[in-house]
Design a protein around this ligand. Structure first.
Ligand SMILES: [Zn+2]
Length: 84
């Protein structure tokens, strides 16, 4: 079974990661969080198997920006807390 991910491949990273990209990336990772489904974790936004393309893109952008796994988690936690 070909998933849409296999067909489209990875989203391209911006050539230079700006502060604005970081904001988008944190939002992408937060909005595209995992949700538990009977067959495993899925994206709560687009129902693709987790991590979906946008979630992966967001993490790659943040890593490209030089953030550690730990810093990424804390940014995401902050963003999650800010959501209504
Ligand atoms: Zn998603």
């Amino acid at each position: 079974m070909d998933s849409i991910d296999d067909i489209l491949g990875e989203l391209p990273l911006p050539p230079y990661v700006t502060a604005e990209d970081v904001t988008f990336a944190v939002k992408a990772v937060t909005v595209h969080a995992a949700e538990q489904w009977p067959d495993g974790p899925r994206c709560r936004n687009d129902r693709a198997p987790h991590p979906c393309r946008l979630h992966r893109w967001g993490r790659r952008v943040l890593m490209e920006r030089g953030l550690s796994q730990r810093e990424i988690e804390s940014l995401v936690a902050e963003q999650t807390a800010r959501q209504p």
